[in-house]
Design a protein around this ligand. Structure first.
Ligand code: DAT
Ligand code: MG
Length: 139
């Protein structure tokens, strides 16, 4: 599948970085199939990140993702999830390659401005967590 999910996290929304981040990602060749702003409850945040349940950062993470509005985007690219992870960079901004989104804007391993589906962790599940098929468009 060449669809993937991007989340612009609450830290980036609060810092007014939505435009900068989207420009960088769209300029890398992604097509926007669906987009919305949502504010998750803590319970919804916990469900989205359930793969991390039991890890020491899980409570912090679910609290953070529900700490403010986020922008969720369904994006399409021939190399979908893999390509988006490249543009976004490593989880910890300190390790993110020069010029990647997290290198440019991330401030810590937790406050790393974006989520991008991992190719091996079911991107389609993440897309369907936020979007009905009717809310996405092929054009
Ligand atoms: P990624 O978001 O790059 O897929 P991940 O799936 O390993 O990274 O972790 C999900 C999120 O959890 C990550 O974006 C930020 C947070 N996180 C990961 N490791 C952390 C840590 N050691 N301390 C605090 N937050 C962490
Ligand atoms: Mg992950």
């Amino acid at each position: 599948m060449n669809r993937t999910l991007l989340i612009i996290k609450p830290d980036a929304v609060k810092r007014n970085l939505i435009g900068n981040i989207l420009k960088q990602i769209l300029d890398a060749g992604f097509k926007m199939l669906g987009m919305k702003m949502v504010w998750l409850t803590r319970e919804q945040g916990g469900k989205f990140y359930e793969i991390h349940k039991g890890k020491d950062f899980y409570d912090w993470l679910t609290n953070f993702i529900s700490s403010g509005p986020i922008v969720v985007c369904c994006l399409k690219h021939p190399e979908g999830p893999k390509k988006l992870r490249e543009v976004v960079g490593a989880t910890d901004p300190k390790n993110a390659a020069q010029g990647t989104v997290r290198n440019l804007y991330g401030t810590s391993v937790g406050e790393n401005v974006v989520h991008a589906s991992a190719p091996d962790e079911d991107p389609e599940r993440e897309i369907k967590f936020f979007f009905d098929e009717k809310e996405m468009f092929e054009y």
